[in-house]
Design a binder for this molecule. Structure first.
Ligand code: G3I
Length: 307
């Protein structure tokens, strides 16, 4: 196969990209998006500050533009994200009581998932709920502080009812190393959810890699361990700092690790050309700023083709 999407489809997987609505008028961007990718994730447009900037007032304009584009091209759509401490409008943290936070969270999930019901293949229901570092502790978000540990479970139960056909994911970064305390904490939460029947279908490994945070040697083992809990694994925000053959080798390793695990169902890169990456400096993506295919692109395509 000669494109990322077709190559991934040979093993039943999708290959996606994070997409920004304000680039959809750019012909080179759309040409590459439509040619190469079979899934999209709105990079910012489905986040709480974009969809519910003030309480009960919903705005889906930019997210709808991405969804409509994807649907017209037969692409899958990942929903990102419902409950997250960041890009959270100030009114949520300013709510007076725990019950207000609870009802705001559940209403947000119901309204956003309801608007897109039947159109989203996977939702990042809760994003980045654990601290970095060695503690394995919960991040002290407004949800954690006001509602306690149970908010994650509650969000997943609400989400299941809001769109029963969407796969429900927990998504995080720095959970790529099987031995890291943060990874173990997420693993234990997922194991507990499965044991108690809390609805969860997938774990998203964001997989933002750079020199300080390289692709771990046990990355495939980590995917296998999550999959063994009875959830799918999706690589949701892949980008890898670097250039040339070193960057290509790292991308190849990530793709091969996913392909080796049947429950690793798809890969999303966090942007298309380097100059639109969230990393202001650096070249972490598969296309350069002129939309030329980089060595990393060729390595990913070859790996998806099984060579
Ligand atoms: O929309 C405003 C615009 O009106 C304003 O003029 C401009 C000036 O700074 O800012 C714009 O908002 C920016 C937004 O991206 C849209 O471009 C924010 O400042 C900027 O902080 C925001 O960054 C996003 C970041 O999440 C915020 O946390 C990145 O684009 C996005 O790639 C990044 O994605 C996250 C995932 O959601 C979760 N995992 C980590 C990943 C990388 O940080």
């Amino acid at each position: 196969a000669s494109t990322l999407g077709e190559a991934a489809a040979q093993t039943g997987r999708y290959f996606g990209a994070a997409v920004a609505a304000n680039h959809l008028g750019e012909s080179q961007y759309v040409t590459v998006l439509d040619r190469e990718f079979t899934s999209v994730t709105p990079e910012n447009e489905m986040k709480w500050d974009a969809t519910e900037p003030s309480r009960g007032s919903f705005n889906f304009g930019n997210a709808d533009r991405i969804v409509n584009h994807a649907q017209s091209r037969g692409m899958k759509i990942r929903g990102h994200t419902l409950v997250w401490h960041s890009q959270l409008p100030g009114w949520v943290s300013g709510l007076p009581s725990a019950n207000d936070v609870r009802s705001a969270m559940n209403n947000h999930i119901n309204q956003v998932m309801g608007h897109y019901r039947g159109k989203i293949h996977s939702w990042d229901v809760v994003n980045e709920a654990f601290e970095d570092g060695g503690s394995g502790a919960r991040r002290q978000s407004v949800f954690q502080q006001r509602l306690g540990d149970g908010y994650i479970e509650e969000a997943f139960r609400t989400a299941r009812a809001a769109d029963p056909n969407a796969k429900l994911c927990y998504n995080d970064y720095n959970i790529d190393d099987a031995n890291a305390a943060k990874t173990r904490a997420v693993y234990n939460m997922v194991r507990d959810f499965k044991a108690r029947g809390v609805p969860i279908d997938c774990v998203g490994l964001q997989s933002h890699f750079n020199a300080q945070s390289p692709v771990p040697s046990n990355y495939q083992q980590n995917i296998e361990q999550f999959a063994a809990l009875g959830v799918d694994v999706q690589i949701t925000e892949l980008d890898i700092e670097g250039s040339g053959s070193a960057q290509a080798d790292n991308y190849r390793r990530v793709v091969q690790a996913c392909l080796a695990v049947s429950r690793c169902t798809g890969i999303t890169v966090w942007g298309i050309p380097d100059h639109y990456s969230w990393r202001a400096s650096g070249t972490p993506l598969l296309f350069d700023s002129n939309y030329n295919k980089k060595p990393a692109y060729n390595a990913v395509l070859a790996a998806l083709n099984g060579s």
